[in-house]
Design a protein around this ligand. Structure first.
Ligand SMILES: N[C@@H](CCC(=O)N[C@@H](CS)C(=O)NCC(=O)O)C(=O)O
Length: 199
């Protein structure tokens, strides 16, 4: 299986971390995003969004990091993606991550990283407020569960965890959210959890 990737990308790191946890070795090709290698005709034929990651496994071409994670985990039997109704809870949190948490995070990323010389404080304020709102939802859930969907780590922890690698660089509003700190503190020091951290 071949992964088109770039370790600068949190969405790509999620996939690397899950592959590590599953013990799956991936052939990788790093695309230079600054040089625009994600926009070549050859790559756009695989992923018309012009983004990483993309997985190619024989005739299967898959983009969207969360779908790729499900695909990799679906290759075997794993607690990360159990073949039971718990799957829907895992999926629920994965959709929540990409629709809400990462949506707010991306706005902070845009201002604090890509626009750092001339950030728009209004965008930062709104994104900070939204991120905090969703982080509180997660914190309340983690008050009841050791990990996002229960006692064991699942794909949901990988999908969500990658966001918290940016607590310091993006000044994420997580003060006092002790359950998140407890969960992320433990998860981010595991061998696969460390792969979620920005370099
Ligand atoms: N929802 C997609 C997002 C992918 C994405 O936004 N990738 C970014 C890096 S994190 C990218 O390739 N950006 C390059 C570009 O837009 O030119 C996923 O989860 O895979």
């Amino acid at each position: 299986m071949k992964l088109y990737t770039n370790l600068f990308s949190p969405n790509a790191r999620k996939v690397h971390a899950v592959a590590s946890e599953l013990g799956i070795e991936l052939e990788t090709q790093t695309l230079d995003l600054r040089a625009g290698e994600q926009r070549t005709a050859e790559y756009l034929a695989l992923n018309p969004n012009g983004k990483v990651p993309t997985l190619v496994d024989g005739d299967t071409v898959l983009w969207e990091s969360n779908a790729i994670m499900c695909y990799l985990a679906g290759k075997g039997d794993t607690e990360l993606w159990p073949k039971s109704a718990k799957r829907y809870d895992i999926l629920r949190w994965m959709f929540w991550e990409s629709n809400h948490l990462t949506e707010a995070l991306n706005r902070l990323f845009g201002q604090r990283f890509f626009n750092r010389d001339n950030p728009d404080q209004g965008i930062i304020d709104r994104a900070t407020k939204d991120f905090r709102k969703y982080a509180e939802v997660l914190d309340a859930n983690l008050a009841r569960n050791a990990n996002v969907t229960g006692d064991t780590l699942t794909l949901a922890d990988f999908a969500i965890g990658v966001c918290f690698g940016y607590i310091q660089p993006l000044e994420l509003p997580v003060e006092g959210l002790d359950n998140i700190h407890r969960w992320w503190g433990a998860f981010s020091t595991t061998e696969s959890g460390k792969i979620l951290l920005p370099g």
